[in-house]
Design a protein. Structure first.
Length: 468
């Protein structure tokens, strides 16, 4: 939901909250609404919306979220507890958890309903320790323990808001709104409207997240690159620091390059590595050269969006030219890319978003890996600068940022199947499932590829912008 908006510096969850609050504003000002008896409930994503709005807006007196959210621990333990992507918004879990949102409701009446064997997410007993047990003391401080209740649904126990859950909600609302007790559901089948009767419709020019991002992107104005040498030097330093902060890139080093296997045949020698980095992450690579090449032959690093195996043509070309080549799979690429899980989130997208919600950026980690491994390679091969050959928009962006942050590391960056601008992500458009690491908060708002190239001077950059 938020990928396109993150790119241009807008928090999608913040917009979502504002939209919900506008609906509450309408109800609150309606002449037939009792302002002291406003409640909110919802299932699944509606449960997440319930706790988000009701925790931050005290006009919601009673809240009953149903199977709507878990805690950060749950998100990490079980990918199925991710829910929808808006439930792990960028930077949210740096200082907060959903248990905090729940505790903020104290002492306002709150009933948490979860299902015993939920076939979607958030199974009751697995999430209860974090979002109910840990919150109980806050309601106790207000002397309102009775206002905070838990219900585990076992009939049917799946992801539902069926009769048992509805009755629990009715009774809770009735009790705290001082209404007569409710023991049974009033038959209402005859009052249920058809789909056609309930369709409101949207105007033809109604904005989507993508179209809104495009509008915001067109409004972006960046300062031009200074023309004088002194001003340009200062500008580069400032921009480099801002770029590093935007992608949250912390320096890393190769702690150990584990040589896993090797070959020597048909005039070519190879060595396969697993790189252990100082930040706890790892990457894989294969070093290749002709047996007759000198020890200090020119050095090329090859990265490819589809993994090092798809970079065979580039590796072969450089080896035939006499280079020694290291083809590597960075985080979330090739060997380091997790298997996909069912929609709506791929496993790769889920893990990247989970990193973002705790304050990291997948893009920053990938850049740090590329820099660290190249620095290691330069040291062991005793070559002063390394040529970088990359294919695809993900590798292109990582390569240009790495060369911008370390302008003396690469002698040349050659890009195949690249894009002319990050605007391509919006105009194509590129799905967040395809390149989730590029949808980095504020990236396009602050930078574009031409700016990265300017910061990377004197590194020579050659872009084959095959993607229009």
């Amino acid at each position: 939901m938020g990928g396109y908006l993150d790119l241009v510096g807008t928090n999608a969850v913040g917009l979502f909250y504002l939209a919900m609050r506008r609906g509450l504003d309408y109800l609150y000002d309606h002449p037939k609404v009792d302002r002291s008896r406003i409640g909110m409930t919802g299932l699944s994503g509606g449960g997440w919306q319930t706790i988000t709005l009701s925790s931050l807006d005290e006009r919601v007196q009673v809240a009953v979220p149903v199977a709507g959210y878990a805690s950060l621990v749950s998100e990490i333990e079980r990918p199925s507890d991710t829910g929808d992507i808006e439930q792990i918004p960028t930077d949210f879990f740096i200082d907060l958890d959903n248990s905090h949102l729940t505790a903020i409701r104290a002492p306002r009446p709150t009933l948490l309903i979860y299902n015993a064997e939920d076939n979607c997410c958030f199974r009751a007993l697995l999430v209860k320790p974090y979002i109910f047990d840990q919150v109980q003391p806050f309601f106790s401080l207000y002397g309102s323990s009775d206002s905070f209740q838990w219900h585990e649904n076992r009939d049917p126990g799946s992801h539902n808001y069926q009769l048992d859950n509805r009755l629990q909600a009715y009774r809770f609302f009735a009790k705290h709104f001082h209404l007569p007790a409710i023991d049974n559901e009033i038959p209402a089948d005859a009052e249920i409207k058809s789909y056609d009767e309930l369709v409101v419709g949207l105007p033809k020019d109604n904005l989507t997240a993508l179209s809104l991002a495009r509008i915001l992107a067109r409004r972006i104005k960046r300062d031009s690159v200074p023309s004088s040498a002194a001003a340009r030097k200062e500008w580069v330093v400032t921009q480099r620091g801002k770029l590093k902060a935007t992608i949250r890139c912390d320096s890393a080093k190769v702690k150990h390059a584990w040589a896993m296997t090797n070959t020597e045949e048909k005039g070519v020698e190879t060595r396969s590595y697993r790189f252990g980095l100082s930040n706890g992450l790892s990457a894989t690579g294969v070093w290749v050269r002709a047996i007759t090449s000198p020890d200090r032959a020119p050095t090329t690093v090859v990265v490819n969006d589809e993994g090092k195996r798809r970079g065979a043509a580039e590796v072969s070309d450089r080896v035939n030219r006499g280079d020694q080549v290291l083809a590597i799979d960075l985080l979330f690429t090739g060997d380091s890319s997790p298997e996909d899980q069912p929609q709506p989130l791929s496993q790769r997208q889920y893990l990247m978003q989970l990193l973002a919600t705790v304050g990291d950026r997948a893009l920053g980690l990938e850049v740090a890996q590329l820099i660290a491994i190249t620095q290691w390679l330069r040291q062991v091969t005793e070559t002063p600068r390394v040529r970088l050959d990359c294919t695809g928009i993900r590798s292109q962006t990582v390569a240009l940022i790495a060369s911008a942050l370390e302008p003396t590391l690469f002698s040349e960056v050659l890009v195949h199947r690249g894009m002319r601008s990050l605007e391509y992500l919006l105009e194509k458009p590129v799905s967040q499932l395809v390149a989730p690491d590029l949808f980095c908060l504020d990236l396009y708002k602050e930078f574009d590829l031409d700016r990265m190239i300017a910061i990377a001077e004197p590194t020579r950059v050659t872009q084959q912008n095959d993607l229009e």
